[in-house]
Each structure stands twice: as C-alpha cells, then as structure tokens.
Design a protein around this ligand. Sequence first.
Ligand code: DGY
Length: 431
Amino acid sequence: MKDQDKLRDKAIEILKSNDRGGYTVPTARLYPYQWNWDAGFSALGWATFDEARAWRELDLLFQGLWEDGLLPHIVFHQQSPDYYPGPEVWGTDGKAALPTSGISQPPVSASVARWMLDRASDTELAEARAAALYPKLLTQHRWWHQARDPENTGLVCTYHPWETGRDNSAEWDQPFTAVPETDTVFQRRDTALVDSAERPHQSEYRRYIYLVELFRSLDYDPPALYAQSPFKIYDIGINSILVRADRDLLALSERFGSAADQSDLRARLEQASAGFSKLWNAELNCYNGYDLLADKRLELPVSAGFLPLYAGLPSSDRAQSMSRELGRWGDRTRYLVPSLAPDHPLFEPKRYWRGPVWSVVNYMIGLGLQEYGFGDLAERIRADTLALTDVGDFHEYFNPEDGSGCGGGVFSWTAAIALWLSARQNHEPKS
Ligand code: DGY
C-alpha cells in the first residue's frame, strides 16, 4: 500500500470515529459537539468518499440556525460533561430548535456547498440538497450583512475571539485590555485534556467568559451588542471568508435563487471590496484586521492576513508582495504557514494561534495563491500540509519548526483537509 493510500485510510477512519450520527465532532472529549466551520471542512472530507453523509453534515449544522439568521459556532446536539462553557452558560433557549452557543464562526458553508455541488458524482442528490440548503445560506449571509454591518461599511464586525476561530491570536492582545475578566468561578475542561502550554492563558479565558455573560445579559440582541460590546473588530479572517462565500452564494443563487438575491449579493461584494482598502498594510505585506473601538489597524503579521487572496481581493501587485512575504516566512521555518510570522517576538510555535500551523488556513491560503498563479508556493503549502498531517499524526495544529502535533489528536478537520487535498490535488476551480 502506498503512503498516500495509508494516509487516506487513516483520515477516513478518523472521520468515521468522530461521527456522532450525522455530525462530526472535531475530536472526542475536547470538542464534543458540532462546531460551525469545523463542520464545513469536515463535509469536504466526507465528500471524497460519501457524498450523502457530507450533505448531512451541513443539514445538521443548519438545524442550529437561529430565527434571525445567526448560524451558531456550536450546536449542542447532546449533553457532554467534557466541555466548558456548555449550553447552560450560553442560555440561548428559544433562539433555535436546538441548544446552541450565541456567537457565529467564519462562514465557510456556502463555499463548501458550492464545491460539493460542482464536484458531485451524484449530481441529482447534490442538486436537491443544495437547492434545499440555499434559502438557509441566504438567511445566514443576510444576518452577517445586516446584524454585523449595521452601518453598511462593507465589512462585518465580530465581538468575540471564539467567533474568529483564532481564539488567542496576538491580534487580540491589545483590544483585550479593554475587556474585563469575569468574577465567575469556573472550571476549564480543555487544560485537563491538553497540555496547557498549547492552549490560551487563564486571563484570556476569563475575558472570553466575561463576553459570553455580557452577550447573554443582552439577550444576544444585535443592536445592543453593536452598541455595548467592549470588543469590536473587523476580523480579517471572517471578512475574507465571507467575501469568498458571498461569491459562492451568488453562484448558487444563479441556479436556485432570484434576480433580487443576485443583485443584493453583487452590491454587497462591491461594498466589501471598497471596505477592504483600509485593511492593507504595505509594511507587513499582508492585510490586517481593525479595532473599531480604538479606531486602528491590528498591525500583526498573522497567517489570516493572507486570506484576502482566498477572497480574490488583492490587486496583482499586492498579491505579488504577499506571496514574496510568505516565501520569506517559508525560508525561516520548516513548515508553512505559521499562524504568526516566525520572526515575530510574540511567536510561540506550540501555543494554539500564536505560531502553530493549521491545515484549514493552509488550504484556503494555498487555494488563493494557486488562483493568483503562484503555483510553486501553493504546491509547497499543499505538500507541507500533507507532510504535517503525517509527521504530526492528524493533530489539531502543528509546530511549524519540527512538525510535531499539538492540541487535540485524531482531529476531524485535519483528516478532512488531507482527504480533500489528496483527492483534488491542485485541480481547484477558478471562480
Ligand atoms: C474552544 O473551546 O477552545 C473553542 O475554540 C471555542 O469555540
């Protein structure tokens, strides 16, 4: 059996072992529910060997859709003693058909649905499932455009690092100085399961929980959150992922939607592209997020700063500078793409989003580079991602210096991206 076949078999085994009857937990115990962007990427993995199961992943995620259009970052399909904060802390009863968290996560679902539709072997099934999902995707996107951009700037804001998916990125250090720590005494479960040197600090957790408690006290009301959240950021990851997903939703809309949907989405895409102009950082050769309360850019060289490539937004000159910068990072560390530049003083190769490599971010950056014509660099990132999966044994994230696996093991999205990358090689669609 070839090494690539072994890797593939193991990845399939991981997805199957994390299947909980139609949804996939990121990994047993550490993350015992269905997470939003994890579900999207897991679906891509399932799609390589079981298309019906892949569509079911998205269907179960959208069971948690709120009436107002928020697609939660966690859907609590069942109880688990292993995770904090669980449904009782979020207190979102009545918002959706199932208990959920009260924030969202990077909106990859429309892109995933489009990819699954475009590459389906069972086209009849895919047409039917995508058509059924389309109105829910539209509701989800409208929520982002309206609830999170009430002033029509073209950029959506976020109120919680968990919503960005990059919980302890160095980008939040400064904005977090304005967020109080909760007085609530709570028991973290993550550090009982994973080395605490690979997880966020306790002071960050106290602020994460403070924000949850505040949002709950405001009944998750969008205008109240916009007015009162002490953490209010244009996250470069969410905004880039949303632009790509808006484009993919537009493509779906041409098949399943109305002319009015399409003209709304086109207008939104134009607005977003104007909004991004203030996020370019010519010194760092990447884009940055923006702190709305401090009214300044978050000037840090993070991997998410290259996600505008995935959104197709940079001019070719900017894309060229970005690929050169990534090449420079690649000369300074064994594996691309570290979540923080490897020569930055805050770089920590094992601590969650402050240095480690994440397969899903690699996938999106690699795809963007390829679409801009930087094939060699895209191929290096693809090869590094697969090598890390092997060397670091399907962990949640990886030390960019030696490839060792960090965080949770037996990890669904790492397995899923390995499956997708090996199945599709470099044959992604142009869009
Ligand atoms: C966690 O619990 O670590 C998650 O990132 C929150 O979604």
